[in-house]
Ligand binder design. Sequence first.
Ligand code: SF4
Length: 253
Amino acid sequence: MTTPPPKRRSPKQRALEVLARVKALYPDAKCSLDFETPVQLLIATILSAQCTDERVNKVTPELFRRFPDAAAIASADPLELEDLVKSTNFFRNKAKNIQAACRRIMEVYGGEVPQTMEDLLTLPGVARKTSNVVLANAFGINLGVTVDTHVKRLSYRLGLTKHTDPVKVEQDLIKLLPRPDWENWSIRLIYHGRAVCNARKPDCDRCELADLCPSAGKAVMLPETGSSEKKLARAIATETAKTTRNRKSSAKA
Ligand code: SF4
């Protein structure tokens, strides 16, 4: 039987070919957040929502020097925590969540980050994306596919999902990819998204996946964002409005 041309292959065949190519393109790709312990990775991942990993890596050295573990963060002065993470966007919510997550880790899990999806999802500020990152990169456990903004965009453009809600994108990818490669997929698509297939101007002319990609040369933008992103965007808007109001009232006082 002859193999069909790349763009006419089934989504599974194309997903496996994309996987092989991004593995070859980015052989040394790894999680780009700096951490030494599972709790530090958990905190860095919470801080990375709506913020670049580069920015988070600038903030965490001092944060982890002052508060190296769950016990220290659980008992930290909340204002000091806010101050340390304030350049990461939406910092009040993030500071509140990392402290509440560390308190629960101390009270319920004996100071250790739990290693099941079910338990991780009980921590404040932790959804499936954060759980998948922590399970895969701190414990080597593949329980799901991490779907961040790059993975969502590239999987959509590559025609491997019709969804934009991260939970639905993840379910589609789980059906297409071998389990041991779930995190390999995410980490490498993040690299490719940053290097070639960026949100506004994908560089299809120099993309090594172009022959497999139904969006090549079409600059396909994502339709409406998924529900969890909308929730996050609303939270950021509320916090920004609150900060502006506070600034105005302190200026008047
Ligand atoms: S061909 Fe273009 S749209 Fe498709 S993955 Fe490459 S850069 Fe992105």
